[in-house]
Design a protein around this ligand. Sequence first.
Ligand code: FMN
Length: 217
Amino acid sequence: MASNDNIAMTKNGANVGIIIGSQRIPRVGPQIATWVLNVLQEYQDSHSSTNQRAYALSLIDLNDHQLPLFDEPGIPAQISAPDGYAHEHTKAWSRRINSFDGFVFVTPQYNWGYPASLKNAIDYLFHEWKGKPALVVSYGGHGGGKAAAQLQGVLGGIGMKVVEKAPPLTFIDREQVGKAFRGEDLGLEGEAGRSLWVKEREDVGVAWEQFLGLLNK
Ligand SMILES: Cc1cc2nc3c(=O)[nH]c(=O)nc-3n(C[C@H](O)[C@H](O)[C@H](O)COP(=O)(O)O)c2cc1C
């Protein structure tokens, strides 16, 4: 299906959540997730034939929820409504995730995997994720491909419709690696940012087309 068709079919504002996968302080996760959001917003602006917003994009910061290590007495796969959970923090997380139609997971690579905080946030829920499309974008010194592959396996395991391609974002040089580790400004905004990750911008667009196709199924 052509991308314009996917946009046109995504009527009345599907809600897509862009999850910031890291929770450490400091971190660059919010900068990278914002870069992804801007790429997807530009995609919509350049592919949509009407002024109607085909989808709404929002950042989801795990730091806003401060989930403890998984502490629900029940198994989320057996709980179908927020009230079925024991704890308020789980009910709030369930309601938040329920309000979205699909997700982009922006994840760093930590020691060849994705962050424990992200796995914890995923494990808290089940039906809130199931059947919804998921796109993984990873980042790291080598692009974070190992984290992306592990995360894709888990998301497929909980019944999400996972986009096959997970575009990796590789820090451009040692200076950027150092800045990322220190949580400093990577210069991803504005015109300067547009000259970074040019090919990756295209790769995210291609993966996004697949995502929109899954959103419309
Ligand atoms: C605990 C830890 C483990 C890391 N392991 C890897 C790794 O396996 N591969 C890699 O490319 N970068 C690794 N890094 C570097 C991260 O890619 C980099 O610090 C990045 O900024 C992390 O994202 P964040 O700032 O959003 O937390 C690691 C960083 C941390 C904190």
